[in-house]
Structure formats: structure tokens, C-alpha cells
Design a protein around this ligand. Structure first.
Ligand code: PLP
Length: 283
């Protein structure tokens, strides 16, 4: 077997089709950075934009900036930009909260829908090799709702995932690209198999959004979440994102609605008028 030399690597770099984009990012001279899985590098435009947000939008314009600077609409505006990277349509993605919190919301929503369509199914299926936060969130939710979190001790192989889609599985929750091995699931094939087996899918895109092509609508996936500060270069503290397939929107309800979930937030309604419509158990 040939051993890769420094010259070989430099030749590959020179032929890299993404080479021209290198100047868009600011890295200390001489740094080779391979940790976009933990914190994406800083875009060159970020410092000036952050300074403007702090000094002009916050410091000078104060409360006006909710509207004048478009702060109110940023979750949707940023969501639309992310949508184009993950095969989602405009209006389907919202940039908000952390990946962990978003996972709680969509897994709750998926369990709510599964409880209506297939009330006997009481299992959330995932992989033991999934990222810890995904398993902690799923375990907490399963405990609270009387579900079982079943973990596959697999190598990420597709035949095993398909074989584990038993008739008691309500939701299959997978991370698209494994954080440790880099192995990528075939989202379309697994989603189709899950649907054929009567289960819904929740996909975590933390290691795929911004790194590899993702096609949520093409795969007919049900729900997805992803990270803003890794391959999307959003910076520390950047919100994560959440997506729901449009076919579920009429039946989508989740346990963490805040005042911005109300159609008219500035009416400061003591209880959202939409809560009955959103919660089939009280309809
Ligand atoms: C990084 C990562 C998260 C991070 O969740 P936070 O809420 O941002 O801490 C979640 N899931 C996966 C698969 C990750 O790799």
C-alpha cells in the first residue's frame, strides 16, 4: 500500500474544488483545522457583523431593532438559508434553541402523532453509538411517557437497522452521520423502510448539515434537528435548527410552546387560544 506524503496532500489540496472558498474563512496562519465537527471556523465577515449587531442594533437602536433590524424574523430568515442546504422548503426550518431542546420537541411531536396513528407502539429505537445527548433526551422522554428506549448495538449497518424495525417501534431516531465513525446512514432507504414498518423517523443532522448533501423532503423524512455552530459556522452559542415535514404540520404539537407560539403574541393572552386546536387530547 502506498503511504501518503505531504506532497500528495498538497496536490490534493491544489485540486480541491472547494479551494476557492478558503478565503471566506479566517484562520490563524499555518493552522490546519479539522474540527468543524465541534466548532466551525469563523467567516471573515463575522466580526464586523457582530460588532454592528452589538453597537448599532442593540447599543444605539435599542428596542427598535426588534423590527428595524429584523430580529423578530431571524429564526425564519436563517431557517430559510439552512433549508436550502438540507433539502427543505422555505418556511419549513426554524433556527432556534439548542439541538438537545429541539430534539426533545420533535421527538415529543413524533410520539404524539404515533400515539394517534399507532397507539400500541411503545418503543423509540436508536443506536447505542448515537451522540450521548440524543440518548439522554430520548431516555428522559421515554421515562416520562412510559415508552422504552431500545438501543441497537450495531456497527451502523443498514441491514441491522431494517431488521430491528419491529411492530412495536413508534419512532426511529438516528443521527445521519455518526459523530465518532463518520458513517452515514442512507436516509431515504431507512426512512422508506421505517414508514413501511409503521414507524416515524427523527433525524439528527449535527454532522451532516453543511458537510454533505442532505435531502429531507426527497427522503420523505418526518422530523429533523441540527446544529448551528459545527459545520454551519454559526459561532459559539449559535442556535440550532428544527424541521418538520409539511405533511405533519396540522398535527404538530410539542410541549414547549412559548408566547411566540401564539398567532398574536402581543395580545398577551393568558392561555394561548390555539392550545385546544393544537392538542388533540383536549379537542
Ligand atoms: C454536537 C451534537 C449535539 C449537540 O447538542 P447541543 O444541544 O448543541 O449541546 C447533538 N447531537 C449530536 C449528534 C451532536 O453531534
Amino acid at each position: 500500500m502506498n503511504t501518503m506524503t505531504l506532497t500528495d496532500c498538497q496536490a490534493l489540496d491544489a485540486a480541491d474544488p472547494l479551494r476557492e472558498l478558503r478565503h471566506l474563512y479566517d484562520l490563524p496562519a499555518g493552522t490546519i483545522y479539522l474540527d468543524g465537527n465541534s466548532l466551525g471556523v469563523m467567516p471573515r465577515t463575522a466580526p464586523a457583523r457582530v460588532a454592528e449587531a452589538v453597537t448599532a442594533e442593540w447599543g444605539r437602536d435599542l428596542i427598535q431593532s426588534w423590527n428595524k433590524a429584523g430580529w423578530f424574523a431571524l429564526p425564519q430568515k436563517v431557517g430559510d438559508k439552512i433549508a436550502s442546504l438540507i433539502g427543505a422548503a422555505p418556511g419549513e426550518v426554524v433556527a432556534t434553541d439548542s439541538t438537545s431542546v429541539n430534539l426533545f420537541k420533535v421527538l415529543s411531536a413524533a410520539l404524539n402523532i404515533a400515539a394517534l396513528d399507532a397507539p400500541g407502539r411503545k418503543v423509540v429505537l436508536s443506536e447505542r453509538s448515537n451522540f450521548p445527548t440524543d440518548l439522554y433526551i430520548a431516555e428522559a422522554l421515554c421515562k416520562e411517557r412510559g415508552y422504552t428506549l431500545r438501543l441497537m448495538d450495531n456497527d451502523g449497518s443498514q441491514p441491522q437497522v431494517l431488521a430491528e424495525l419491529a411492530p412495536d417501534v413508534a419512532v426511529l431516531m438516528l443521527t445521519h452521520v455518526n459523530y465518532r465513525t463518520g458513517a452515514m446512514h442512507d436516509m431515504a432507504a431507512i426512512t422508506a423502510a421505517a414508514h413501511a414498518a409503521g414507524a416515524l423517523t427523527v433525524w439528527d443532522l449535527a454532522h451532516s448539515a453543511g458537510a454533505v448533501p442532505v435531502d429531507l423532503n426527497g427522503a420523505q423524512a418526518d422530523f429533523a434537528v441540527g446544529c448551528g455552530y459545527k459545520y454551519l459556522n454559526g459561532g459559539p452559542g449559535a442556535p440550532a435548527f428544527v424541521w418538520a415535514n409539511a405533511r405533519h404540520v396540522d398535527r404538530f404539537w410539542q410541549p414547549l410552546s412559548g408566547w411566540w407560539g401564539h398567532a398574536a403574541p402581543f395580545e398577551f393572552t393568558p392561555l394561548p387560544a390555539t392550545s385546544a386546536a393544537r392538542n388533540p387530547s383536549s379537542a
